[in-house]
Design a protein around this ligand. Structure first.
Ligand code: HEM
Length: 409
């Protein structure tokens, strides 16, 4: 691509950061996808937006998740423009062998068998939330269902007291925004970086104190299980326990809420879909999968080239960033028939919404279960619900999602 081409690419990506495009970024994603892979040599980044390319990057054995392997980060570190990494990151941002070791310790808590056993409890939580909505007669589906459900479940699994939720919810939201690729696209530091760093520090301190409380008095939760693993055989450090809990808490807060809300919004826009699910709860699985494809809660992921590599016809030098626009890939007409339509009868179409390969989402079975139960019960209980006001979106680009979704019940 010529340097003019690179400028055009940057301008298009800047539009992606523009909050004005948050409600419907899909026309922009389509324009980007039609241009093919966008090379931005000055930023040492390539943007992929077709299904085949995103799939190939995620499968590539030299696609890395540790940002320390980025040549831009290395340059900033060498020049002193960026301080050395102070805290252990969550294993989402690590590569083997650390990634493998830490993921293995956490994954027992999210195995399909363990998740299935949670079903009655999640079912009862949904009922309680719907009861409260019924009393009022109208609802904000975010504040009243899509947010409190996953938060209660992840707090319960980790062993974080849910009564502390109001204290850490704003910190979790700020930390989640740090996933937006602002510096990669604009080349300038994120103006909100300090606020996010402070929120991250506060959350780690909160979790650090909780870990110490559980060390003194273990309970039947994941924090206590991780402490037992630490004390048992030097498998992870105290810092890594906090980083793992932090990752799970944020992942449990900021993703499933978007899935439930995006599916509910889609059905409210097409009342036949709402009515169909209300009448037949077995449709919940298809609605959840089609929402994951059509309007994914995680819109993009990043990788660093761990070696010189080739994706399609593009050479990527070692240390370059690869930005994968999953939300664009999942409406790629080369992969899906009538890609721009939400279809209940789509035959189990493969998607990348939970990632692929070694970092495949640990919480996928849990997220699917929560969303299926919440949506089937919501529509059955309020078969005539309708949108009350225009939905409002959060500023997030990567974890794009609704801030409010008002309905009359
Ligand atoms: C609809 C809801 C969810 C979506 C769309 C989602 C999406 C994703 C995606 C795309 C990745 C891979 C990121 C990458 O490859 O860079 C990922 C990883 C991960 N997710 Fe989820 N997630 C969801 C819910 C959850 C929940 C409920 C949890 C658990 C509490 C969770 C925990 C994780 C963890 C721990 C990882 C890192 C896995 C690794 O690095 O090995 N996720 N998720």
């Amino acid at each position: 691509m010529t340097s003019d081409g690179a400028t055009d690419a940057r301008l298009l990506l800047m539009q992606l950061l523009d909050p004005a495009n948050r409600a419907d970024p899909y026309p922009l994603f389509a324009r980007i996808r039609r241009l093919g892979p966008l090379s931005m040599p000055e930023s040492r980044m390539t943007v992929f937006s077709s299904f085949a390319d995103c799939d190939a990057v995620l499968r590539h054995p030299q696609s890395c998740s540790d940002s320390m392997k980025s040549s831009v980060v290395q340059q900033h570190l060498a020049s002193g423009a960026m301080p050395p990494r102070g805290n252990t990151p969550g294993f989402l941002f690590l590569d083997p062998p650390d990634h493998t070791r830490l993921r293995k310790l956490a994954q027992q808590a999210f195995a399909p068998r363990v998740v299935r056993a949670l079903e009655p409890e999640i079912d009862a939580m949904v009922d309680r939330l719907l009861d409260a909505m019924a009393e009022v007669g109208s609802a904000d589906l975010i504040a009243d269902l899509a947010y409190p459900l996953p938060v209660a479940v992840i707090c319960r699994l980790l062993g974080v007291p849910v009564r502390d939720e109001p204290r850490f919810s704003s910190a979790a939201a700020l930390v989640a925004q740090a996933l937006d690729p602002i510096m990669s696209i604009t080349g300038a530091p994120d103006p909100q970086a300090d606020v996010r760093l402070q929120a991250g520090a506060w959350l780690r301190e909160y979790l650090g104190e909780l870990v110490e409380r559980r060390r003194a008095e273990p309970e039947e939760d994941l924090i206590s299980a991780l402490i037992a693993a630490e004390e048992d055989g030097d498998q992870l450090t105290a810092d890594e326990i906090v980083a793992t809990c932090n990752l799970l808490l944020i992942a449990g807060h900021e993703t499933t809420v978007n899935l439930i809300a995006n599916a509910a919004q889609e059905m409210l826009r097409t009342p036949a879909h709402w009515a169909a699910l209300a009448a037949d709860p077995s449709l919940a699985a298809s609605i959840v999968e089609e929402t994951l494809r059509f309007d994914p809660p995680v819109q993009l992921v990043m990788r660093i080239a761990g070696a010189d590599l080739r994706i399609g016809a593009i050479d990527i030098p070692r240390g370059d960033t690869m930005l994968l626009l999953l939300a664009a890939a999942q409406r790629d007409p080369a992969m899906y028939d009538r890609a721009g339509e939400f279809r209940l009868d789509r035959e189990s179409a493969r998607h990348l919404s939970f990632g692929l390969g070694p970092h495949f989402c640990l919480g996928a079975p849990l997220a699917r279960l929560e969303a299926r139960l919440a949506l089937a019960k919501l529509t059955a209980r309020f078969p005539k619900a309708r949108l009350n006001a225009d939905p409002v979106y959060k500023p997030n680009v990567t974890l794009r999602g609704l801030a409010t979704l008002s309905v009359a019940l």
